[in-house]
Each structure stands twice: as C-alpha cells, then as structure tokens.
Design a protein around this ligand. Structure first.
Ligand SMILES: [Fe+2]
Length: 266
C-alpha cells in the first residue's frame, strides 16, 4: 500500500460517491500512486516482449496489445502486486459493499494486467468476461490505472461508460496520467476506450479485476438495470447494427445474441 497516495489508503470516504455515480457505480481517483513513485516510473520506456502477449486488430478492438503471459517489468509488477494485496482488496470491499471479494490467481496469465494502445486505437463498448477463469465465480470490479505521462486529453483514449445496453455513451473519463478508475462490473456495465488520435505516445494502462464468492453480488446496490449476474464471455456492441451481419463479425453476433437472451431470462 505504500506506493498508493496516502489519501486513498482508506476508501471508506468514497462509498457514497461510488454508489451514486452514473451510469453505474464508479470513482475516479486522481494522483492515485504516490507522486514520487509515479514520477520515477519511466512509463515511456516500458518495453515488454511484443512478440508474445496478445495483439488485437479488428473493427472493434483496434491497435491494442496486452501482456498476457509476458513477464512484467519490476515497477509494473510492484503496482499490480499492491492492487492484489488483501489490504487493498479490503478497501475495495468497503467501497463497493461487495461481500467475499477476492482476486484471481490468473493475473497476467489467463488475464493480462498491462495494456497498450497505439495510434487510431479504439475499444468498442463491451462487458468483460463474467467469471473468474478457475472457479467461474462472478467478476464484480475493475481498476484501470492510466500510466502514460505527458498524455494530452485531446488525443482521446478516454474510458467511456455506456448505458445498460452499451449503445449510448453516458460518461467520458479523460486519460489523465496517474488517474485510477474503479468501476462495478456486471453483465450490464458496458465500457470502452475512445479513439486515439496521436502517434507520438502509446496509451499504457494497468488493469486488475476482482471477483466475489457470492453469486448474487449486487443485491445490496440500487442500479439503473437488473442487479443480477449471469455467465457470458467478453461481449461487444458494434456501433452499427448492420455490421453484425458481416461474415467477419459472426463471433460478435453470436456473443451479443446470447447475452441478449440471458439479459431477458435472468
Ligand atoms: Fe473491459
């Protein structure tokens, strides 16, 4: 916890802000990491082995690379390890009111903790995987930490939060270096990344997700949508509905359709 800004070591103060945020519970924590630690982090030089990891380049996941199964640099590991400590998870449990919160053992193996996006990069609105890879238990929270220093807001790369069907962007969270965003993850908390208009710097972020042993983890929250959990893969919403019928988008169509059926049945 010593690399987290002192004012964020007790998240109890942010409970109301988290619960009342729209379109779904989240908080934005600026200067998340201790200032001197962040200043000494040489983000622009993080150079992991790009031959490995996972690259994405489709209509809806453009110019993106993640660190799946790639050894993380020392500083990145230190941040990720801190976000996995029981102390920090305890703070998240207080913040969200979610019971039996836990982190995965699949960090940076089945799931990637460090992400990069480049010029023209874009991530359409989606919900992540619903379940912890080993146990199948509900995925309930995410933290995204913006790393790239000297990022200009006009270059895009913001996190966007959408309405319950993923079709309408309702909040844009600008990419400010050392800003953390913590948000609830449910089958209806659609989010994405706005298009990047910059070829100078890569957009680097840390991503850590959290799970609950409780299969009804949102029952204490009043949400603008069903507060239920069900199993689904990462499911994207294509901006133009007719694109679902292109052959290359068949997988997106299948996943969207299954998600739609479950969202009616549950
Ligand atoms: Fe996501």
């Amino acid at each position: 916890m010593d690399i987290i800004n002192r004012k964020y070591r007790d998240l109890e103060f942010y409970i109301d802000e988290f619960k009342q945020a729209k379109p779904f519970p989240h908080i934005i924590l600026d200067n998340f990491l201790d200032e001197s630690f962040f200043q000494n982090l040489v983000v622009e030089n993080i150079n992991l082995n790009k031959k490995e990891g996972s690259s994405f380049n489709t209509d809806i996941e453009t110019n993106k690379w993640t660190s799946k199964n790639v050894e993380l640099s020392e500083n990145i590991s230190r941040i990720v390890d801190t976000l996995y400590t029981s102390k920090f998870i305890g703070e998240l449990a207080k913040l969200s009111g979610i019971k039996d919160l836990f982190s995965t053992n699949s960090g940076n193996t089945a799931l990637a903790n460090y992400h990069e996006m480049y010029e023209s990069g874009f991530l359409g609105t989606h919900v992540d995987h619903s379940s912890e890879p080993d146990t199948g238990l509900p995925h309930v929270l995410n933290i995204i930490l913006y790393l790239t220093k000297n990022w200009n807001v006009s270059w895009g790369g913001s996190t966007v939060l959408a309405n319950k069907n993923g079709r309408q962007i309702e909040k844009t969270i600008d990419f400010i270096p050392n800003r953390a965003v913590i948000f609830l993850h449910t089958p209806f908390t659609f989010h994405g990344v706005s298009k990047i208009k910059n070829n100078l710097l890569k957009r680097s972020t840390i991503y850590v997700d959290y799970y609950s042993k409780n299969k009804n983890p949102y029952s204490h929250l009043s949400l603008n949508f069903k507060n239920v959990w069900f199993k689904h893969p990462t499911t994207f919403i294509l901006p133009n509905f007719k694109d679902y019928f292109l052959k290359k988008n068949r997988e997106y169509l299948k996943k969207m359709f299954k998600h739609k059926i479950k969202s009616i049945l549950y």
